[in-house]
Structure formats: structure tokens, C-alpha cells
Design a binder for this molecule. Structure first.
Ligand code: SAH
Ligand code: SF4
Length: 354
């Protein structure tokens, strides 16, 4: 490595490290006249030793450490605020991106695991009728580095104490409407020389973009799939999840089933319970029969009120009644209890940002 080959590019034009797969970083440094193994070293410093400050990467030549900020940008976007739930187990992060757009990410600790809930878009175009993000409309897709950065920011916040954490794409946005950045993110998170997150630790949630589910099936990324069902008849789902008019329930279930069969995992059926809307015993029976028709688990999410929307969260009794009806008939059911009050409520219905 010669000094001259490392003419630093000035700050902002250096590509962002967090959007680069290891292969891309290798090619990038090689293009700058640096041997590819330097890329491997940087990758391991950042993702395995959790060191982002070039000068602290002590096994790299000093000249390379000094040139590194001009080769790739290792800065994270600003965490504008962190809100902690009263029980201390849930944190909501507001991340301010370079163009001023803001997204939210949530970390949730349960006795078993730490889960990071990440956003894939600023806003969302799909306008599900009970979702705060949908109210915003789509502002823009996130880039891969803006998605990976959410994980790194939360990991740093928690001091990387947990090397075992799960990631769910259940923050702002429809991940399958931003396929390229989301699949690149998944590859980066999977990398065995990076964070090395096994596919079992990742779940993508979709409102039901059937062609993209089929595309994901072909990619064989092995990540878990959650589908936002929310209704058991097309008439109701057309109202709650407008994308149903394009790809109705039968088509969605068929695509989800094929995905599950291909990767050998159960599909999660998400069901947001709206008082007086989809919480009858007949709804529970229909949901149970859908759940039995394919390898699946049901995740009941009692509606979290969104200011300005008229939907009602069902009473505790109504939730219990629905779940008790479902439990003996469905293969597996979990209820997302409101942990951390409003903050936990943020994961899955983000976007209440002024
Ligand atoms: N866009 C993706 C993932 C993000 S939302 C999707 O729609 O699947 C994660 C889950 O929270 C989805 O099932 C979504 O429908 C649900 N959700 C959105 N707003 C909600 C609210 N106010 N209360 C309860 N669940 C909500
Ligand atoms: Fe978009 Fe998901 Fe909200 Fe629907 S529920 S508007 S797909 S973020």
C-alpha cells in the first residue's frame, strides 16, 4: 500500500460503510489500490469488535487508518432522541437521517431475548386504515446503510451486551416495497464475518405484496415471513389493508405458504385486533381455520390507538374471549401484550412524528 494510492476522497462523497457488503467493500478498497484483506479487517473491527473509530483499529497501518474516513463513511446518523419505557425494557429511538428525515426504531427486551424493530421506509404508501405510518404517505425508501445503521445504533446503545438478538422489519414502512435495500441489508446482517445474524433471527413483515413475496422465495434468504392478515374475509380486508384489492387473501396465503414451504419455516399471521371490527368469535373461528391450513403461528396485536383515527382497542375481556376461542383450534398463538406502554406500541405503528 502506497501513500499516493490513498488520496482521501473528501468526507461526504465517501460511500457509507454500512450499506456495503463485504464483497463490495473489498472491491471498493481494491479500486483504491488497497489490498482486499484490509476490507476484511475493517469489517471485523466494526461488526465483530464493535470499533468504529479508525484510529482505534490497531492492526491496520497508521496511514490506512488515517485515510479510512475518506474511503468509507463510518458515521452513524444522529440518534435524535431515545425514550425508555417505565419498566426499562423497551427503548424507542428517533433517528435523524442526513436529509433531515426521521425514522423510528425500537429495542425490546424480554427474559428470553433482545429484539430490534427497524424501519425500511420514511412513511408508507400502502395506507392501511389503522396505521400511523400509512397516514404519512410515502416520503422515500431508506437506503441499505440507513437500515443497517439502525441496528448498529441500537447495538451500540445497549453496549453490544447481547450477541444474540433478533431483528424484525416491523417499524415504519413496507419492507417488500423497498426490496433492493432490504435484501442488501439482510445479506449484510447475515455475513458470517459481519454481525453473523442467522436467518432465524430475522423476520420480514409484509402487508401482502404477493409478487415480492414470490421474488423473496426465489432469493432463498431464509428469513422468517410475517404477513399482516388482520381480516379473514376479503370484504373486511379490502377496507383495512387496501393492498388486498390487488392481491386478495387467497393469493396472499398461497404465496406465503409457498415461501414457508421453500424455506421450511412457519409463517407468522399478524392479526391486529380492532374492537367491534374483527374480534368476533366467527372471526376467531375463520382465523383458526386459516392458521390450520398451513404451517403457521398467529400473532395477535391489540390495536394501539393512533391519534386522529376512530378505531377502538378491544377491552381486555374481548381480547381474552378471542384468544380463548382461537387457542384450542389454532396451532400456535401469541398475544403482543402492551409492554412499555406507548413505546412498545410504537413498533408496528410508528410514524406519529410531527
Ligand atoms: N409494513 C409492514 C410492517 C410494519 S407494521 C406490514 O404492514 O406488515 C408491523 C405490524 O403492526 C403490521 O402487522 C401492522 O399492520 C401492524 N400495525 C400497524 N399499525 C398498528 C396499530 N395502530 N395497532 C396495532 N398494530 C398495528
Ligand atoms: Fe404501511 Fe405496514 Fe402501515 Fe400498512 S401497516 S400502512 S403496510 S407500515
Amino acid at each position: 500500500m502506497s501513500q499516493t494510492s490513498l488520496t482521501p476522497i473528501t468526507g461526504p462523497s465517501a460511500p457509507n460503510f454500512f450499506g456495503m457488503s463485504r464483497e463490495r467493500l473489498r472491491a471498493h478498497v481494491e479500486g483504491m489500490g488497497v489490498p482486499a484483506f484490509r476490507a476484511e479487517q475493517v469489517y471485523s473491527w466494526v461488526y465483530q469488535k464493535h470499533v468504529r473509530t479508525p484510529l482505534d483499529m490497531t492492526n491496520l497501518p497508521l496511514a490506512f487508518r488515517e485515510a479510512l474516513p475518506g474511503i468509507c463513511d463510518l458515521e452513524l446518523p444522529e440518534t435524535a432522541s431515545v425514550h425508555k419505557s417505565p419498566d426499562g425494557n423497551t427503548h424507542k429511538f428517533v433517528i435523524r437521517l442526513a436529509d433531515g428525515a426521521r425514522v423510528e426504531s425500537v429495542s425490546m427486551r424480554t427474559p428470553k431475548r433482545l429484539t430490534f424493530c427497524i424501519s425500511s421506509q420514511v412513511g408508507c404508501a400502502l395506507k392501511c386504515s389503522f396505521c400511523a405510518t400509512g397516514l404519512m404517505g410515502l416520503k422515500r425508501n431508506l437506503k441499505a446503510h440507513e437500515i443497517v445503521a439502525q441496528v448498529v445504533a441500537m447495538g451500540e446503545f445497549h453496549g453490544w451486551q447481547d450477541d444474540r438478538f433478533n431483528i424484525v422489519f416491523m417499524g415504519m414502512g413496507e419492507p417488500l416495497a423497498n426490496m433492493e435495500a432490504v435484501t442488501e441489508t439482510i445479506r449484510i446482517l447475515h455475513d458470517e464475518n459481519g454481525l453473523n445474524l442467522g436467518a432465524r433471527r430475522l423476520t420480514v413483515s409484509t402487508s401482502g405484496l404477493v409478487p415480492q413475496i414470490r421474488e423473496l422465495t426465489k432469493l432463498k434468504l431464509q428469513v422468517g415471513l410475517a404477513i399482516s392478515l388482520h381480516a379473514t374475509t376479503d370484504a373486511l380486508r379490502d377496507e383495512l389493508v387496501p393492498v388486498n384489492k390487488r392481491w386478495p387473501i387467497a393469493e396472499l396465503l398461497d404465496a406465503a405458504q409457498e415461501y414457508g414451504r421453500t424455506i421450511g419455516r412457519r409463517t407468522t399471521l399478524e392479526y391486529t385486533l380492532l374492537g367491534g371490527v374483527n374480534d368476533s368469535l366467527e372471526d376467531a373461528d375463520r382465523l383458526a381455520s386459516i392458521a390450520r391450513s398451513m404451517p403457521s403461528k398467529v400473532n395477535i396485536i391489540p390495536y394501539n390507538p393512533v391519534p386522529g383515527l376512530d378505531w377502538k382497542r378491544p377491552s381486555k375481556e374481548a381480547i381474552d374471549r378471542f384468544v380463548e376461542r382461537l387457542l384450542p383450534k389454532a396451532p400456535a398463538v401469541t398475544v403482543r401484550h402492551t409492554q412499555g406502554g406507548d413505546i412498545w406500541a410504537a413498533c408496528g405503528q410508528l410514524g406519529g412524528l410531527s
